[in-house]
Design a protein around this ligand. Structure first.
Ligand code: MN
Ligand code: MN
Length: 314
């Protein structure tokens, strides 16, 4: 069960109204790297988890992410608080209100007019939050890797938001939220490597002849070597012939069809066959002229002449 504590996980102190900044912070409220996405990611993974340690960790972190959602949502609400009241009470003249909605530094029409200054479940561009942000696959070695990447992305978004404000209280609260993503990334990495073995994911091994092969498919100036394709780690195949039909077969697709399927296929192929000896007149040719050429309307239906002219230009 959930219970709620009215004290925030980190104290929110906002110096002054700033609806434009509130809109930026929505990225971490209803955006793909935001706190709701994080909470739902770990909560749903935790419900299905069989390992008692991982289950406990996922539910701990999911609940903390909900507490972060509360902090970032409160920041949005505080930043919008003053202007929300002024809009609601029509304190400014219409022209002044309109100017504020359009002006730089107060780019708040979505949050102020559509959502009334509250934290909406949208990202900073107005995109609605959706469950497609969560890419859990139900295998712990995959999901932990995805969680590590999600924490890394969230850390970077917070870093960019911190760089966009000089409000010390907002900076500090964002710094706390950013720091917790660093802590979570470590927990997920520890949990991943406490599963041995954890690579490759799943139970089936790869095909041994291809597991440690690097295909040098893009060739030319810029070809580089590094640990990702070193001879110590990989068999590197650059030969174009050796990159084709690596199974040793023909490289051509085959399928065995039943007699009735074969008959239908032959019938369809015959019906849709092309005639390589034909040269049909097309709609494009009917309108073909020189660039900028004006053709008198009385001479328009002369497709053959146009085509001949076009041909002679080649
Ligand atoms: Mn968080
Ligand atoms: Mn986190």
């Amino acid at each position: 069960m959930f219970s709620h504590n009215k004290r925030l996980q980190y104290t929110v102190r906002v110096s002054e109204s700033n609806p434009a900044l509130a809109n930026l912070l929505l990225e971490q409220f209803g955006g793909p790297q935001g706190e709701l996405a994080a909470a739902m990611r770990y909560f749903t993974q935790g419900l299905a988890e069989e390992d008692p340690g991982r289950k406990d960790m996922l539910l701990d972190i999911a609940t903390e992410e909900l507490s972060h959602l509360e902090v970032i949502g409160t920041l949005v609400a505080m930043l919008n608080r003053g202007s929300k009241a002024k809009y609601a009470e029509a304190v400014d003249a219409e022209a002044e209100q309109f100017r504020k909605l359009q002006g730089t530094g107060c780019d708040s029409h979505v949050t102020q007019v559509l959502y009334g200054g509250g934290p909406a479940l949208i990202n900073s561009g107005g995109q609605l939050w959706n469950a497609g942000y969560i890419d859990s696959i139900g295998d712990p070695t995959c999901d932990l890797r995805s969680n590590i990447a999600a924490e890394a992305r969230a850390k970077i978004v917070y870093e960019r938001l911190i760089n966009a404000t000089d409000d010390p209280g907002v900076k500090e609260a964002l710094g706390f939220l950013m720091t917790r993503e660093i802590a979570h990334q470590q927990s997920f990495e520890k949990a991943l490597y406490s599963i041995q073995p954890n690579f490759p994911p799943g139970k089936l091994p790869g095909m041994p002849s291809f597991t440690n092969v690097y295909f040098n498919m893009s060739q030319g100036e810029g070809d580089m070597r590094g640990p990702w394709n070193s001879d110590e780690n990989f068999t590197v195949i650059s030969d174009r012939e050796q990159q084709c039909a690596v199974d040793g077969g023909s490289g051509l697709p085959e399928v065995t069809l039943k007699a009735d399927e074969m008959k239908a296929l032959e019938q369809m192929t015959l019906r849709l066959r092309s005639d390589p000896l034909s040269d049909p007149l097309t709609g494009a040719e009917l309108g073909w002229g020189a660039p900028g050429e004006v053709v008198p309307s009385s001479t328009v239906p002369q497709a053959k002449a146009n085509k001949a002219r076009a041909g002679s230009k080649k």
